[in-house]
Design a protein around this ligand. Structure first.
Ligand code: PLP
Length: 414
Protein backbone atom coordinates (compact mmCIF):
# COMPACT_ATOMS: atom_id res chain seq x y z
CA UNK A 1 0.00 0.00 0.00
CA UNK A 2 1.32 3.46 -0.94
CA UNK A 3 1.88 6.07 1.80
CA UNK A 4 -0.95 8.61 1.93
CA UNK A 5 -0.22 11.99 0.28
CA UNK A 6 0.80 14.76 2.72
CA UNK A 7 -2.35 16.70 1.94
CA UNK A 8 -4.49 13.87 3.31
CA UNK A 9 -2.73 13.73 6.71
CA UNK A 10 -4.55 14.83 9.82
CA UNK A 11 -3.29 18.14 11.31
CA UNK A 12 -1.63 16.37 14.28
CA UNK A 13 0.44 14.18 11.92
CA UNK A 14 1.16 16.98 9.43
CA UNK A 15 2.46 19.27 12.19
CA UNK A 16 5.04 16.65 13.20
CA UNK A 17 6.74 16.92 9.80
CA UNK A 18 7.99 20.43 10.79
CA UNK A 19 8.21 21.26 7.13
CA UNK A 20 10.77 18.53 6.43
CA UNK A 21 8.49 16.10 4.63
CA UNK A 22 8.25 17.14 1.03
CA UNK A 23 11.05 19.73 1.50
CA UNK A 24 12.75 20.89 -1.69
CA UNK A 25 15.91 18.77 -1.76
CA UNK A 26 17.24 20.69 -4.78
CA UNK A 27 17.31 23.98 -2.83
CA UNK A 28 20.73 25.70 -3.02
CA UNK A 29 23.22 25.07 -0.18
CA UNK A 30 23.10 27.80 2.44
CA UNK A 31 26.29 29.84 2.80
CA UNK A 32 26.38 29.29 6.56
CA UNK A 33 26.54 25.60 7.54
CA UNK A 34 23.09 24.44 8.63
CA UNK A 35 22.57 23.29 12.20
CA UNK A 36 21.62 19.63 12.46
CA UNK A 37 19.97 19.87 15.88
CA UNK A 38 18.71 16.32 15.74
CA UNK A 39 19.13 13.30 17.94
CA UNK A 40 18.53 10.81 15.14
CA UNK A 41 18.83 10.62 11.38
CA UNK A 42 16.09 9.30 9.20
CA UNK A 43 17.26 6.09 7.57
CA UNK A 44 15.98 5.52 4.06
CA UNK A 45 15.86 1.73 4.31
CA UNK A 46 17.19 -1.33 6.12
CA UNK A 47 20.48 -1.18 4.21
CA UNK A 48 21.01 2.38 5.48
CA UNK A 49 20.32 1.22 9.04
CA UNK A 50 22.79 -1.65 8.71
CA UNK A 51 25.42 0.68 7.23
CA UNK A 52 24.95 3.20 10.05
CA UNK A 53 25.28 0.45 12.67
CA UNK A 54 28.48 -0.93 11.10
CA UNK A 55 30.02 2.52 10.57
CA UNK A 56 28.69 3.86 13.89
CA UNK A 57 27.81 7.10 12.08
CA UNK A 58 24.59 9.05 11.72
CA UNK A 59 22.60 6.56 13.68
CA UNK A 60 22.16 8.50 16.88
CA UNK A 61 23.63 11.79 18.06
CA UNK A 62 25.99 10.15 20.60
CA UNK A 63 27.79 8.38 17.72
CA UNK A 64 28.79 11.71 16.20
CA UNK A 65 26.77 14.28 14.33
CA UNK A 66 27.21 16.34 11.14
CA UNK A 67 28.15 19.69 12.76
CA UNK A 68 30.61 18.03 15.13
CA UNK A 69 32.16 16.03 12.29
CA UNK A 70 32.53 19.07 10.04
CA UNK A 71 34.31 21.12 12.72
CA UNK A 72 36.48 18.13 13.67
CA UNK A 73 37.56 17.66 10.04
CA UNK A 74 38.84 21.26 9.88
CA UNK A 75 40.67 20.83 13.18
CA UNK A 76 42.29 17.58 12.02
CA UNK A 77 43.54 19.34 8.90
CA UNK A 78 44.94 22.19 11.00
CA UNK A 79 46.72 19.76 13.33
CA UNK A 80 48.33 17.89 10.42
CA UNK A 81 49.49 21.03 8.60
CA UNK A 82 53.22 20.99 7.87
CA UNK A 83 53.66 17.42 9.09
CA UNK A 84 55.15 14.48 7.20
CA UNK A 85 53.11 13.23 4.22
CA UNK A 86 52.28 9.95 5.98
CA UNK A 87 50.98 11.64 9.14
CA UNK A 88 47.39 10.47 9.59
CA UNK A 89 45.36 12.75 11.80
CA UNK A 90 41.74 12.48 12.85
CA UNK A 91 39.95 14.67 15.37
CA UNK A 92 36.79 14.45 17.37
CA UNK A 93 34.87 16.85 19.57
CA UNK A 94 33.62 16.27 23.09
CA UNK A 95 31.42 18.11 25.54
CA UNK A 96 34.30 20.00 27.23
CA UNK A 97 38.06 20.23 27.40
CA UNK A 98 37.98 18.06 30.52
CA UNK A 99 35.90 15.41 28.71
CA UNK A 100 38.51 15.47 25.93
CA UNK A 101 41.36 15.03 28.42
CA UNK A 102 39.61 12.18 30.20
CA UNK A 103 38.76 10.39 26.95
CA UNK A 104 42.27 10.85 25.57
CA UNK A 105 43.96 9.58 28.74
CA UNK A 106 41.60 6.61 28.95
CA UNK A 107 42.17 5.85 25.25
CA UNK A 108 45.88 5.58 26.00
CA UNK A 109 45.34 3.49 29.14
CA UNK A 110 42.86 1.23 27.30
CA UNK A 111 45.53 0.31 24.78
CA UNK A 112 46.17 -3.42 25.13
CA UNK A 113 49.95 -2.88 25.05
CA UNK A 114 49.68 -0.75 28.20
CA UNK A 115 47.52 -3.34 29.94
CA UNK A 116 49.91 -6.16 29.26
CA UNK A 117 52.23 -4.76 31.91
CA UNK A 118 51.90 -6.20 35.40
CA UNK A 119 51.66 -2.86 37.25
CA UNK A 120 49.33 0.13 36.81
CA UNK A 121 50.73 2.12 33.88
CA UNK A 122 53.12 4.92 34.78
CA UNK A 123 52.06 8.41 33.74
CA UNK A 124 54.56 11.24 33.84
CA UNK A 125 52.92 14.62 34.25
CA UNK A 126 55.05 17.61 33.25
CA UNK A 127 53.62 20.25 35.57
CA UNK A 128 52.20 22.74 35.88
CA UNK A 129 49.18 21.47 34.04
CA UNK A 130 45.62 22.77 34.23
CA UNK A 131 44.50 22.24 37.82
CA UNK A 132 41.38 20.20 37.00
CA UNK A 133 43.43 17.97 34.66
CA UNK A 134 45.93 17.45 37.47
CA UNK A 135 43.09 16.58 39.87
CA UNK A 136 41.70 14.13 37.30
CA UNK A 137 45.05 12.37 36.89
CA UNK A 138 45.44 12.23 40.69
CA UNK A 139 41.91 10.76 40.99
CA UNK A 140 42.69 8.10 38.35
CA UNK A 141 45.90 7.29 40.22
CA UNK A 142 43.99 7.04 43.52
CA UNK A 143 41.65 4.55 41.87
CA UNK A 144 44.66 2.42 40.95
CA UNK A 145 44.28 3.02 37.22
CA UNK A 146 47.75 4.53 36.92
CA UNK A 147 50.85 5.44 38.85
CA UNK A 148 51.59 9.13 38.63
CA UNK A 149 54.93 10.84 38.63
CA UNK A 150 54.98 14.63 38.64
CA UNK A 151 57.88 16.73 37.44
CA UNK A 152 58.25 20.14 35.95
CA UNK A 153 58.48 21.57 32.46
CA UNK A 154 61.09 21.86 30.98
CA UNK A 155 62.87 19.03 32.76
CA UNK A 156 63.22 16.64 29.81
CA UNK A 157 66.28 15.05 31.44
CA UNK A 158 64.15 14.03 34.44
CA UNK A 159 61.62 12.37 32.11
CA UNK A 160 64.51 10.48 30.46
CA UNK A 161 65.79 9.35 33.86
CA UNK A 162 62.38 7.96 34.83
CA UNK A 163 61.90 6.24 31.46
CA UNK A 164 65.33 4.61 31.83
CA UNK A 165 64.29 3.20 35.21
CA UNK A 166 60.80 1.88 34.44
CA UNK A 167 58.33 1.65 31.53
CA UNK A 168 56.38 4.87 31.01
CA UNK A 169 52.95 4.61 29.38
CA UNK A 170 52.10 8.27 29.02
CA UNK A 171 53.87 11.62 29.14
CA UNK A 172 51.39 14.44 29.68
CA UNK A 173 52.26 18.11 29.17
CA UNK A 174 50.87 21.44 28.05
CA UNK A 175 52.06 23.94 25.51
CA UNK A 176 52.03 26.72 26.66
CA UNK A 177 51.84 26.14 30.42
CA UNK A 178 49.62 28.27 32.57
CA UNK A 179 50.39 30.91 33.84
CA UNK A 180 54.15 31.11 33.21
CA UNK A 181 53.81 30.12 29.54
CA UNK A 182 56.65 27.60 29.53
CA UNK A 183 57.33 25.68 26.33
CA UNK A 184 58.18 21.98 26.72
CA UNK A 185 60.74 20.63 24.30
CA UNK A 186 58.17 18.63 22.35
CA UNK A 187 60.54 17.04 19.78
CA UNK A 188 62.81 15.85 22.62
CA UNK A 189 59.86 14.49 24.62
CA UNK A 190 58.47 12.80 21.48
CA UNK A 191 61.82 11.17 20.78
CA UNK A 192 61.93 9.92 24.38
CA UNK A 193 58.36 8.64 24.17
CA UNK A 194 59.10 6.79 20.92
CA UNK A 195 62.30 5.32 22.29
CA UNK A 196 60.44 3.91 25.31
CA UNK A 197 57.12 2.95 23.68
CA UNK A 198 55.25 5.68 25.55
CA UNK A 199 52.53 8.05 24.31
CA UNK A 200 53.15 11.80 24.36
CA UNK A 201 49.88 13.63 25.01
CA UNK A 202 49.92 17.42 24.68
CA UNK A 203 47.24 19.85 25.80
CA UNK A 204 47.76 22.68 23.30
CA UNK A 205 44.81 24.82 24.41
CA UNK A 206 46.87 27.95 25.02
CA UNK A 207 48.71 27.62 21.72
CA UNK A 208 45.94 26.46 19.34
CA UNK A 209 46.89 24.57 16.15
CA UNK A 210 47.65 27.89 14.48
CA UNK A 211 50.67 28.37 16.76
CA UNK A 212 51.82 24.83 17.43
CA UNK A 213 51.01 21.43 15.95
CA UNK A 214 52.46 18.87 18.38
CA UNK A 215 51.49 15.90 16.17
CA UNK A 216 53.83 17.22 13.47
CA UNK A 217 56.60 17.42 16.08
CA UNK A 218 56.21 13.76 17.03
CA UNK A 219 53.53 13.87 19.76
CA UNK A 220 50.90 11.14 19.58
CA UNK A 221 47.75 12.77 20.92
CA UNK A 222 46.68 16.41 21.20
CA UNK A 223 43.83 17.81 23.25
CA UNK A 224 42.29 21.28 23.38
CA UNK A 225 39.70 23.01 25.41
CA UNK A 226 37.76 24.48 22.47
CA UNK A 227 35.98 26.58 25.09
CA UNK A 228 38.97 28.92 24.84
CA UNK A 229 40.59 30.32 21.67
CA UNK A 230 38.92 27.92 19.24
CA UNK A 231 35.47 29.02 20.43
CA UNK A 232 36.76 32.49 21.17
CA UNK A 233 33.47 34.15 22.07
CA UNK A 234 32.96 32.83 25.59
CA UNK A 235 29.69 31.19 24.58
CA UNK A 236 30.46 27.50 24.09
CA UNK A 237 32.04 24.66 26.01
CA UNK A 238 33.80 21.95 23.97
CA UNK A 239 36.89 19.79 23.81
CA UNK A 240 38.99 18.34 21.00
CA UNK A 241 41.10 15.21 20.76
CA UNK A 242 43.32 14.76 17.69
CA UNK A 243 45.65 11.93 16.84
CA UNK A 244 46.11 8.73 14.88
CA UNK A 245 42.95 6.95 13.64
CA UNK A 246 43.37 3.98 16.03
CA UNK A 247 43.58 6.27 19.08
CA UNK A 248 40.62 8.29 17.84
CA UNK A 249 38.56 5.16 17.44
CA UNK A 250 39.07 4.44 21.14
CA UNK A 251 38.29 8.08 22.02
CA UNK A 252 35.00 7.93 20.08
CA UNK A 253 34.09 4.62 21.70
CA UNK A 254 34.77 6.16 25.13
CA UNK A 255 32.73 9.26 24.25
CA UNK A 256 29.83 7.13 23.10
CA UNK A 257 29.81 5.03 26.27
CA UNK A 258 30.31 7.92 28.68
CA UNK A 259 27.95 10.25 26.85
CA UNK A 260 30.46 13.10 26.62
CA UNK A 261 29.29 13.99 23.12
CA UNK A 262 29.20 17.61 21.98
CA UNK A 263 25.74 19.05 21.52
CA UNK A 264 25.08 19.95 17.85
CA UNK A 265 24.42 23.59 18.70
CA UNK A 266 27.78 23.97 20.44
CA UNK A 267 29.42 22.28 17.44
CA UNK A 268 27.63 24.70 15.14
CA UNK A 269 28.83 27.65 17.24
CA UNK A 270 32.36 26.25 16.99
CA UNK A 271 32.02 26.02 13.19
CA UNK A 272 31.09 29.70 13.23
CA UNK A 273 34.08 30.52 15.46
CA UNK A 274 36.64 28.63 13.42
CA UNK A 275 35.92 30.84 10.43
CA UNK A 276 37.52 33.80 12.21
CA UNK A 277 40.15 32.00 14.31
CA UNK A 278 43.13 33.19 12.31
CA UNK A 279 42.18 36.88 12.21
CA UNK A 280 41.08 36.87 15.85
CA UNK A 281 44.34 35.31 16.94
CA UNK A 282 46.43 37.59 14.78
CA UNK A 283 44.91 40.66 16.40
CA UNK A 284 45.05 39.11 19.90
CA UNK A 285 48.74 38.28 19.46
CA UNK A 286 49.56 41.76 18.15
CA UNK A 287 47.84 43.23 21.19
CA UNK A 288 49.56 40.80 23.60
CA UNK A 289 52.99 41.61 22.12
CA UNK A 290 52.28 45.32 22.38
CA UNK A 291 51.10 44.99 26.00
CA UNK A 292 54.18 42.91 26.90
CA UNK A 293 56.42 45.66 25.49
CA UNK A 294 54.35 48.37 27.19
CA UNK A 295 54.61 46.68 30.60
CA UNK A 296 58.35 46.02 30.16
CA UNK A 297 59.09 49.58 29.05
CA UNK A 298 57.04 51.06 31.90
CA UNK A 299 57.98 48.46 34.54
CA UNK A 300 59.60 50.89 36.95
CA UNK A 301 56.77 53.43 36.80
CA UNK A 302 54.01 50.79 37.06
CA UNK A 303 55.65 48.67 39.77
CA UNK A 304 56.04 45.65 37.48
CA UNK A 305 58.68 43.20 38.62
CA UNK A 306 58.53 40.69 35.79
CA UNK A 307 56.75 40.38 32.45
CA UNK A 308 56.15 36.80 31.28
CA UNK A 309 55.61 36.50 27.54
CA UNK A 310 57.32 33.97 25.22
CA UNK A 311 57.84 36.70 22.61
CA UNK A 312 60.15 38.62 24.96
CA UNK A 313 63.87 37.73 24.90
CA UNK A 314 63.72 37.69 28.73
CA UNK A 315 61.38 34.65 28.71
CA UNK A 316 63.30 31.47 29.66
CA UNK A 317 61.87 29.60 26.63
CA UNK A 318 62.10 32.44 24.12
CA UNK A 319 64.47 30.51 21.82
CA UNK A 320 62.40 27.30 21.99
CA UNK A 321 59.21 29.27 21.43
CA UNK A 322 60.74 30.72 18.28
CA UNK A 323 61.35 27.26 16.87
CA UNK A 324 58.23 25.44 18.10
CA UNK A 325 55.59 28.17 17.90
CA UNK A 326 54.61 30.08 14.77
CA UNK A 327 53.69 33.09 16.91
CA UNK A 328 54.19 33.88 20.62
CA UNK A 329 50.52 33.71 21.62
CA UNK A 330 47.87 35.89 23.18
CA UNK A 331 48.51 34.99 26.83
CA UNK A 332 50.62 37.19 29.04
CA UNK A 333 51.41 37.30 32.75
CA UNK A 334 53.21 39.77 34.94
CA UNK A 335 54.13 40.10 38.58
CA UNK A 336 53.78 43.23 40.62
CA UNK A 337 56.04 44.10 43.51
CA UNK A 338 53.50 43.22 46.18
CA UNK A 339 50.44 40.95 46.43
CA UNK A 340 48.43 44.01 47.49
CA UNK A 341 49.33 45.79 44.25
CA UNK A 342 48.15 42.76 42.25
CA UNK A 343 44.88 42.54 44.18
CA UNK A 344 44.32 46.27 43.76
CA UNK A 345 45.04 46.19 40.02
CA UNK A 346 42.67 43.22 39.62
CA UNK A 347 39.91 45.27 41.17
CA UNK A 348 40.75 48.54 39.40
CA UNK A 349 40.67 47.43 35.75
CA UNK A 350 37.61 48.71 33.91
CA UNK A 351 37.97 47.41 30.37
CA UNK A 352 39.69 44.09 31.12
CA UNK A 353 37.10 41.63 32.37
CA UNK A 354 37.51 39.59 35.53
CA UNK A 355 36.53 36.27 33.97
CA UNK A 356 37.96 32.86 34.90
CA UNK A 357 38.54 31.74 31.34
CA UNK A 358 40.80 32.63 28.44
CA UNK A 359 40.93 32.96 24.68
CA UNK A 360 37.87 35.20 24.26
CA UNK A 361 37.71 38.18 21.93
CA UNK A 362 37.44 40.38 25.03
CA UNK A 363 40.56 40.81 27.17
CA UNK A 364 40.32 38.88 30.44
CA UNK A 365 42.31 39.26 33.63
CA UNK A 366 42.79 36.60 36.32
CA UNK A 367 44.49 36.36 39.66
CA UNK A 368 45.92 32.80 39.60
CA UNK A 369 46.94 32.75 43.28
CA UNK A 370 43.23 32.90 44.10
CA UNK A 371 41.85 30.63 41.36
CA UNK A 372 44.40 27.89 42.02
CA UNK A 373 44.26 28.18 45.82
CA UNK A 374 41.73 25.36 46.21
CA UNK A 375 43.61 22.84 44.09
CA UNK A 376 47.23 23.66 44.98
CA UNK A 377 48.93 23.98 48.35
CA UNK A 378 50.92 27.17 49.08
CA UNK A 379 54.08 25.10 48.52
CA UNK A 380 52.83 23.93 45.11
CA UNK A 381 51.77 27.44 44.17
CA UNK A 382 55.33 28.59 44.89
CA UNK A 383 56.82 25.62 43.03
CA UNK A 384 54.82 26.43 39.89
CA UNK A 385 55.76 30.11 40.09
CA UNK A 386 52.25 31.29 40.91
CA UNK A 387 53.40 34.20 43.03
CA UNK A 388 50.85 36.23 45.03
CA UNK A 389 51.81 39.27 42.95
CA UNK A 390 51.08 37.55 39.61
CA UNK A 391 48.29 38.56 37.23
CA UNK A 392 47.38 36.74 34.02
CA UNK A 393 45.95 38.33 30.93
CA UNK A 394 44.21 36.69 28.01
CA UNK A 395 44.44 39.47 25.49
CA UNK A 396 41.51 40.25 23.24
CA UNK A 397 40.89 42.24 20.08
CA UNK A 398 40.14 45.68 21.57
CA UNK A 399 42.01 48.76 20.42
CA UNK A 400 45.50 48.56 21.89
CA UNK A 401 45.46 52.21 23.10
CA UNK A 402 42.37 51.46 25.21
CA UNK A 403 43.96 48.35 26.70
CA UNK A 404 47.15 50.21 27.57
CA UNK A 405 45.18 53.05 29.13
CA UNK A 406 43.20 50.57 31.26
CA UNK A 407 46.33 48.86 32.56
CA UNK A 408 48.11 52.18 33.04
CA UNK A 409 45.27 53.45 35.20
CA UNK A 410 44.91 50.18 37.15
CA UNK A 411 48.62 49.83 37.90
CA UNK A 412 49.46 53.49 38.35
CA UNK A 413 49.22 55.52 41.57
CA UNK A 414 45.82 55.80 43.31
N1 PLP B 1 43.08 22.57 29.37
C1 PLP B 1 43.46 23.81 29.69
C2 PLP B 1 44.87 24.24 29.41
C3 PLP B 1 42.56 24.69 30.29
O1 PLP B 1 42.95 25.93 30.62
C4 PLP B 1 41.24 24.24 30.57
C5 PLP B 1 40.25 25.12 31.21
O2 PLP B 1 40.55 26.20 31.64
C6 PLP B 1 40.90 22.92 30.21
C7 PLP B 1 41.84 22.12 29.60
C8 PLP B 1 39.52 22.39 30.49
O3 PLP B 1 38.64 22.88 29.52
P1 PLP B 1 37.05 22.95 29.71
O4 PLP B 1 36.80 24.06 30.68
O5 PLP B 1 36.56 23.23 28.33
O6 PLP B 1 36.62 21.66 30.26
Amino acid sequence: MKSPPLSSLAPSTLLLSSGMAGADTSAPMPNVPPLYQSVGYELTDLAALEQAVVGQRHLYVRHGAPNEEAAARVLAQLEARGGPADLQVEATLLSSGMAAIEAAVMAVLDDRRVHSRDRPPLVVMASPIYSAARSLLCALANRGLMTLHELEVPDTAAVAAIADREPVALIYCEVLTNPRLRVPDLPALAALANQHGATLLVDATLATPLLCRPLTLGAHVVVHSATKFLGGHGDLCAGVVAGRPDVLERVRAHRQLHGSVLDPFAAWLLQRSLRTLDVRLQRQIENASALASFLSENAERLGVREVIYPGLPSHPDHALAKTLLDRPGAMLAFTLKTPEAARRAFERVRLLRRVASLGDVESLIMYPAATWSRSLSPKELARFGIAPGLLRLSVGIEDIADLQADLDAALGPQ
